[in-house]
Design a protein around this ligand. Structure first.
Ligand SMILES: [Zn+2]
Ligand SMILES: [Zn+2]
Length: 479
């Protein structure tokens, strides 16, 4: 590796204790989407301390912010998340499910690591620009509410991601790989039904049941499923049944729908049809329905140019090594769950080189996956991510880095428990180094930026980004 790049990446070592402590602080004080006030304060003060210019209240969201350093182009963005998941409170390093506080949030998606890893990458790139007196700008974007809130979607609606020329991110996980999976666009809507309460036996004729309306809506949707594109998905959760007394006609009920589509334009029609079903259900029951649009996100556009840059850096920068204590720790967690078909297994199954496939297959049961996976074929996934709205505005690439014992599920108590471990920290450092290395390559080689932008243009066909979130919708999590 070129020595200037090496020295910028190595400069992280001197800040590493501080950055690990920051990640631990976020783990200890988990906050759910749009309520990440402690995390915002900690990140903003760290950014100021490292000489970044901080902008708070981005897009009018109190927990969205950025820190930038440098002048001129290219402008490289790093995306940081830091929200926790409700109900996943868990003691650190415990081998059984035991909440610190029942019902409280916990870092079940590793976003304490995600945010700090991206911040670390920004610090290393700043060091590089500074040491080498180069033009260029590095921006850390503090992005709230990835889990269910589409924080980046709201930021994108206000134009925040028009600033960077390209952006990098990562996600904690069980493998070291470049993400080559496209995601689905989605809309999340809450249907509130209002009826009339009454004694169900004495004066049933006076009652109008909101719960009946909700059930009829759901029945209508089950019939609708047969007549929608196969590239769409319809999910729902009943979030309020109107009460637990069968002797009372329920005056209120609500259901949250999550609609997904590979092609964003399919959602416009699907949303209208679901609304019609809801209105029909209200009409049948003499109730009324209020349709509350909660949030939406766009599909992720893969950028193969940037993916190749990240793959080269994953291979060039050595993945962490784990000592016997790390391996023992990992094995102890693997005894707490049944090993099923994992993300690692899926990536190995897709490898076309028989020798490499065999070699990686033989490592399927290792306690921590230490290999760098080969760059996989682009594929269409069925989940959604608010990185999609960034990817329509500037080229984006993401990696996964192994931060946990192999086989642990995302959003599980085990994932929370290992979030401050040595394994987690080593994976976070590797992610920061690879992201910083990729950014430095793009700064050194303007052709990378140009090719990545040309690719984005060809993938959108020149269609400008249009936010899927209506202008009058304010950020919130569904309750
Ligand atoms: Zn998650
Ligand atoms: Zn996540």
């Amino acid at each position: 590796m070129e020595s200037k790049k090496r020295s910028a990446i190595d400069s992280l070592n001197q800040h590493w204790a501080f950055l690990c402590a920051l990640s631990d602080k976020l783990w200890t004080c988990p906050e759910v989407g749009f309520q990440e006030h402690y995390a915002t304060q900690e990140f903003c003060s760290a950014l100021e301390q490292f000489g970044f210019q901080v902008k708070k209240n981005l897009a009018g969201i109190p927990t969205a912010f950025s820190g930038s350093y440098g002048n001129g182009g290219p402008v490289i963005g790093f995306l940081g998340e830091f929200d926790a998941l409700p109900g996943l409170s868990q003691q650190e390093n415990a081998l059984t499910k035991c909440p610190i506080q029942e019902g409280a949030p916990g870092h079940g998606c590793g976003h304490n690591l995600l945010g700090v890893g991206s911040l670390a990458a920004a610090i290393a790139v700043k060091q590089y620009l500074q040491d080498n007196h180069l033009p260029g700008t590095v921006v850390f974007f503090g992005c709230p509410a990835e889990e269910g809130g589409s924080g980046k979607g709201f930021m994108a609606r206000e134009g925040v991601f028009q600033e960077p020329d390209l952006a990098f991110s990562w996600h904690p996980g069980e493998v070291n790989s470049v993400s080559t999976e496209g995601t689905m666009s989605n809309y999340q809507i809450c249907y509130h039904f209002y009826g009339v309460s009454s004694h169900a036996a004495m004066s049933p004729e006076k009652g109008r049941s909101a719960l009946d309306a909700l059930e009829l809506m759901n029945t209508g949707i089950q019939y609708l499923r047969e007549h929608v594109p196969t590239t769409t998905r319809i999910h729902y959760a009943i979030t309020n049944t109107g009460g637990s007394a069968p002797g009372t006609v329920q005056p209120y009920a609500e259901v949250v729908y999550l609609l997904r589509a590979i092609h964003p334009e399919d959602l416009i029609d699907l949303y209208e049809r679901v609304n019609q079903v809801a209105k029909g259900a209200a009409m049948m029951t003499g109730t009324t329905v209020e349709i509350e649009f909660i949030k939406a996100c766009s599909n992720v556009l893969i950028n193969s140019e940037l993916n190749q840059v990240m793959q080269r850096n994953l291979e060039e920068i050595s993945p962490p090594t784990f000592d016997e204590a790390d391996l023992e720790y990992a094995r102890s967690y693997q005894e707490t769950f049944e090993r099923g078909y994992s993300y690692y297994d899926m990536l190995v199954d897709e490898i076309t080189d028989p020798q490499l496939k065999e070699e990686l297959h033989a490592k399927a049961n290792e306690p921590i996956h230490t290999s760098v996976m080969p760059l996989a074929q682009e594929r269409q996934g069925f989940v959604s991510s608010d990185v999609g709205d960034v990817s329509w505005n500037c080229p984006v690439a993401q990696i996964n880095c192994a931060t946990m014992p192999a086989g642990i599920s995302m959003h599980s108590w085990q994932m929370v428990a290992v979030g401050t471990s040595n394994i987690a920290k080593k994976g976070m450092l590797y992610a920061a180094q690879v992201m910083a290395g990729s950014a430095i390559d793009a700064i050194e080689n303007p052709a990378i930026v140009q090719r990545a932008q040309n690719e984005l243009l060809s993938r959108t066909g020149g269609t400008p980004y249009r936010s899927p979130i209506p202008s009058d919708v304010n950020p919130k999590l569904p309750t």
